[in-house]
Structure formats: C-alpha cells, structure tokens
Unconditional design. Structure first.
Ligand SMILES: [Zn+2]
Length: 197
C-alpha cells in the first residue's frame, strides 16, 4: 500500500547523493508533517534555485548577485587556483590563508566518463590567463588519476608562458576528493606545493 505522491517524492529525494530509498521515504513522510508555510518556503527556494544561483561566466563559481571571487577587489589578482568544483574552492577559502582568485573547471578530464576538454572550462581558463595578470597558477584538481591527468594537461598547455605553475603537494589521500580532506592536510598541500616550472 503506497501513497502515489509519497512514492513520487521518494523517487526524487532518492536522486540526492547518499540518500537511499529508506531515507528518502522517511524524508517524504517528514515533509508531510511540516506546516504549510515551511513547505511553501522550501518549494519556492527549490523552484527559484536556478534563477537565484547562477554560474559566474568568468570563473565558473556559483554566485548570487556578485561572484565571491571575481567581484572582490581586495583579492590578490596575481595568483589563481584551478579546482575541479566550487566546493573545492570553498575548502581553500575556509583555510583563510589564500586570498587570490579561482577558476572552477567543472570536472576532470575522464575518457571513461566521456568528459573531454570541451566539457570543462579550459578555454575560459586560457583566455583569462591571456587577459588577466596572473604570476602563478596553482593546479589543485582532485588527487585522483583523472585529476592528475587534468593537471598535467593544463600544465602542458601553459608550458611556454612566463608564469609559475605549481601542483598541490602529495600527502592528500590519493583517490579522494579535495573537499573531504581535512583543513590541516589541505593547508600543508597548498604550502608545500611543487613548482612544475
Ligand atoms: Zn567569478
């Protein structure tokens, strides 16, 4: 015996990462017990999500009115951290020791997942490097095979430019994602970064 609406809600909640069917069902029933105003607030936040949170056309970060990174004039505009995802940029921000700019690729190169150069914001990165005044590019893609491949690919593209290129130091758990590294590990990997040239 199933309520059709609860079933549909359950299916959608189950799309969220790490929400199994059982948890999705529990969440659906919890929603049913919420008051009308909370439910309306929730539904309006969700339906306006893409209108209110957009992707910065310069760096690829999520933004509301202003981009945390591109529209902040107090930032050091001579250094750029290249990351896989917006959450990785936030992980560096939380360290409070880096005050430069970011570029969010939107993924890693991965032949097995069909993610090629055109799926990532690599062209945009190259045109930024041409236009802006970076003196160092820190390649901080994930410590996975795909992340390494991406970092090496970008390093090769930048080989002949008169800019310092560095890669995060090892010590990060290989195969993991930056977002889940603890702050001390991330800080050490940033401070101990290796210069590729
Ligand atoms: Zn931006």
């Amino acid at each position: 015996m199933e309520l059709k609406t609860i079933e549909e809600l359950k299916e959608i909640l189950h799309y969220l990462p790490s929400i199994g069917l059982k948890s999705a069902e529990r969440m659906a029933y919890q929603l049913l017990e919420m008051d009308e105003i909370t439910l309306q607030n929730l539904s309006s936040l969700i339906s306006n999500l893409h209108k209110n949170v957009t992707v910065c056309p310069i760096c690829g970060a999520y933004k509301e009115e202003k981009c945390f990174f591109c529209d902040d004039e107090s930032r050091d505009n001579t250094s750029l951290i290249v990351v896989t995802s917006f959450k990785d940029a936030l992980a560096f921000e939380n360290l409070k020791s880096y005050h430069g700019k970011y570029h969010i690729l939107g993924g890693n190169l991965s032949p097995t997942k069909g993610i090629g150069v055109n799926e990532l914001r690599i062209d945009l990165l190259l045109s930024r490097i041409e236009k802006e005044n970076f003196q160092e590019i820190i390649l901080a893609t994930d410590p996975t095979i795909d992340g390494e491949t991406t970092a090496l690919y970008i390093a090769k593209l930048l080989e002949n430019l008169p800019i310092k290129i560095s890669r995060l130091a090892y010590g990060l758990p290989m195969g993991g994602h930056l977002t889940y590294a603890d702050e001390l590990t991330l800080l050490r990997s940033l401070e101990g970064r290796k210069f590729l040239k």
